[in-house]
Design a protein around this ligand. Structure first.
Ligand SMILES: Cc1cc2nc3c(=O)[nH]c(=O)nc-3n(C[C@H](O)[C@H](O)[C@H](O)COP(=O)(O)OP(=O)(O)OC[C@H]3O[C@@H](n4cnc5c(N)ncnc54)[C@H](O)[C@@H]3O)c2cc1C
Length: 431
């Protein structure tokens, strides 16, 4: 019988692992990738999609063309029978049972939510290309609305932008969009003397907690210099009716709340009865094998993997996701050939973050960089990390052709694509 390796999750970890498995295994071993959509999203470039410097289509990679020779199954893992080694996947056409010899879990994370009144009515997350597009459109739309209003309070509401959570997603999205608005507002003479409020709310004691403290401090100082109100040690109490009440006693009225308050592993993992840590991530040993379970591996944001250098657990970053994918794929190949899997080791390459056009912070192999140089390194690093040669070229060419500038356009009609046909029909109906 043909042997089969199943990779669950087509994000950064899953696509890297599936591609490597296909290259390393002979054709008599089938490689299957299960993912709910037909594409993977390169999340580190989402802030630039929101701010209009990267085209949305360039940060998504179609799984089928990126993974020749891999069978792609559109669906969600729902059940695992460890005894018979069968995964149950729900798809639009019903449940599919997939027998496996080895299975890799790379299901990433989901945005952490809290029972905050008004959260689901008023906030928008920031993990998908659709959310990034929506947010960019929304913020440009708020400028239009503010310009059209004569009422001071209404204008202030449209020009107040609240970001909750100061990890990579919240900080980079705020910094990119603030930079975009700073440039765009010049085209709105009506808003010449209007105050803009950018507020970054973080429950922890510092921003960018996953980066070295000195980088976090630098970014904090930069944001404050740009007029951003950084509220650390603060939480959101309620956002009902568009009034955001903070634990420091202040209240902000706004139409734009971006929720990036951390990431937790999909609750499914606990439901499957797998060993999980308090954040719901699957516990693995140093070889990425799930504790106590043969033929099952976990990697990326959904896995709690010991870092053999520090003795702590690896942070949920793109850097770990891709490197763990390489190690997990090689270990699966070793297991299929009855060889001993090797522990995951990595040399920390450092960190990069973009804070708007020409602004950034980076630390690469211990070398600190700030401002323009850091921003160029950020572009180069992420441009080259996109897991598809064509996309890499498109992103870099786009940056060069755009002369490192922005020209964003608000397209709110994207959210109601049937409207033009409806309006055309209504106009004809009244004739
Ligand atoms: C806006 C933003 C900016 C970021 N910037 C940086 C950065 O600058 N540097 C950095 O290191 N990290 C950054 N990160 C974090 C980085 O993107 C993640 O660490 C990385 O994407 C994790 O990869 P993954 O493959 O584990 O998970 P994901 O990329 O989240 O992929 C998981 C996949 O599994 C699928 N899936 C989920 N459940 C199931 C299921 N039941 N069945 C089948 N498939 C399922 C999902 O749909 C998804 O396609 C950023 C994240 C965000 C959101």
């Amino acid at each position: 019988m043909t042997r089969r390796v199943v990779v669950v999750g087509g994000g950064y970890a899953g696509i890297t692992a599936a591609g490597r498995l296909r290259r390393k295994l002979r054709a008599d071993v089938e490689v299957v990738l299960v993912n709910p959509h037909g594409y993977m999203t390169y999340q580190p470039l989402l802030p630039e999609v929101a701010a209009g410097t990267v085209a949305p289509g360039h940060v998504v990679v179609p799984l089928r063309s990126a993974l020749p020779g891999v069978s792609v199954v559109r669906g969600l893992l729902q059940g695992l029978d460890l005894r018979t080694r069968t995964a149950t996947v729900s798809s639009r056409h019903g449940d599919v049972a997939l027998r496996y010899d080895e299975l890799l879990l790379a299901v990433g994370g989901v945005t952490r939510t809290f029972p905050v009144p008004g959260l689901l009515e008023h906030a928008i997350g920031f993990r998908t290309v659709e959310e990034a597009l929506h947010l960019g459109n929304r913020i440009l739309g708020q400028l239009e609305l503010a310009a059209a209003s004569k009422d001071q309070e209404t204008r202030l509401r449209h020009l107040t932008f609240v970001f909750v959570g100061a990890g990579y997603a919240g900080v980079e999205a705020l910094a990119e969009l603030e930079d975009m608005v700073r440039r765009e507002i010049k085209h709105y003479p009506e808003l010449d003397a209007e105050p803009l409020r950018w507020v970054l709310v973080e429950a922890g004691e510092r921003i960018l907690g996953q980066l070295p403290e000195r980088l976090g401090k630098y970014v904090d100082a930069q944001l404050r210099r740009r007029g951003v109100s950084v509220r650390t040690g603060t939480t959101i109490e309620t956002m009902a009716g568009g009034r955001v009440q903070l634990s420091d006693g202040s209240t902000l009225t706004t139409d734009t709340v971006v929720w990036t308050a951390g990431v937790v592993a999909p609750p499914l993992l606990k439901r499957l009865g797998l060993p999980v840590d308090p954040a719901g991530r699957v516990r693995t040993d140093a070889t990425l094998r799930v504790h106590g379970i043969d033929n099952l591996w976990a990697l990326g944001d959904c896995a709690s993997v010991p870092d053999v250098h520090s003795g702590e657990m690896c942070a949920p970053t793109a850097q770990h996701a891709v490197r763990q994918a390489v190690r997990a794929a090689d270990n699966v190949v070793a297991a299929l050939r009855a060889r001993t899997p090797r522990p995951y080791r990595h040399k920390d390459a450092g960190a990069v973050a973009s804070l708007g056009l020409g602004k950034g912070v980076a630390e690469l192999y211990g070398v600190p960089l700030r401002g323009y140089a850091a921003w160029l390194v950020h572009r180069l690093y992420h441009g080259l990390r996109l897991p598809n040669r064509r996309r890499r070229l498109l992103v870099v060419l786009n940056w060069m052709l755009g002369s490192f500038s922005r020209d964003p356009v608000a397209m709110p009609a994207l959210e109601s694509p049937r409207q033009p046909l409806r309006e055309a029909h209504e106009q004809q109906a009244v004739q």
